[in-house]
Design a protein around this ligand. Sequence first.
Ligand code: KG4
Ligand code: ZN
Length: 355
Amino acid sequence: MTTILGIETSCDDTAAAVVSDGRVAHSNVVSSQLDLHAQFGGVFPEVASRAHAESISAVVNRAMDEADVCYQQLDAIAVTQGPGLIGSLLVGINFAKGLALATDKPLLGINHLEGHVYSLLLEPNNADIHFPVVVLIASGGHSELLLMTGHGEYRRLGGTIDDAAGEAFDKVGRTLGLPFPGGPAIERAARNGDATAYSFPIAQTGSPYDFSFSGLKTAVLRQVTVQPTGPGQRKRRRGAEKRAQLRYDIDIADVAAAFQGAVTEALTRVTIRAARQFHCTEIWLSGGVSANQMLRHKMREESRLPVRYPPLALCTDNAAMIAAAAHYRFLAGQRSGLDFEARSSWRLSGETYAE
Ligand code: KG4
Ligand code: ZN
């Protein structure tokens, strides 16, 4: 059995978890900074790194206490190396390096996106996997479509060419005056809405496996807000979702349902197209947007393949997924030196165990 402490600080959640064999989370502590960032309607990088620095020690101690393990019992320490906000990543990385040095444990730097992939294996029902699988990672920072042919073997098929799916939820949520993050708020609002009340465009891109959500976001903005008319006002369209005034006759539930319908339809169409083309045996959904029940439902309705997703609590950022991804790398003999650096951008592709 391997037991790994995972640490995640790539964005606005300070997280630590202890996981055995990449499958069983003994603890999973997430300290959210949502309250700090809500006033900005998004994540404010400097506020995020300072908050990580303030809470990381307590979060790691709590994860160790709740798992009831001591450092001697750990096989390794894993930390998110990237992609993410550099200042935030550095807090987790430096803490993990110090801990590895002090406890003389091996250290592994993990790709956050690979963490999202391995969050699926923390669901007990997802025990029996058959590669190749198509993986959709849809979160606030990423919308990636991968072909996974084995543990650590990825081919990037496509991704968003503009906004990430979660980012579109967040921006439209802000336009509609809903709380941040927009995804869960839009899903809640959409429950009482009629998705056919509005018709929003689903973008076609140059590649069959890419996504585009920026046109959809703009279409919603045009539909629901009072449009600027004067020449001076028109110039200020950029970032207009922050200032635009909602039309009085808008039904927010209907807009939320129609927007959610368009995003989930785009994600479903492209993912199923890739699964067919590459003869995949399963479809995997991960990242914050995979918590969306409409997305899960559509994917199951429209594909005959098994559709798997992580436990609801592990769709959004957490450290259990980082420890789970590290398990397979640890078994493959991979270790990171104490001098590895944070990577603000880092695509998941190639046979990454062979690097
Ligand atoms: O994976 P995550 O925690 O962070 C990133 O790595 O980006 O994803 C957060 C994103 C946010 O944009 C949020 O609006 C979206 O996931 N999200 C959802 C839902 N829950 C979270 N989007 C749609 N429906 C949801 N239920
Ligand atoms: Zn994430």
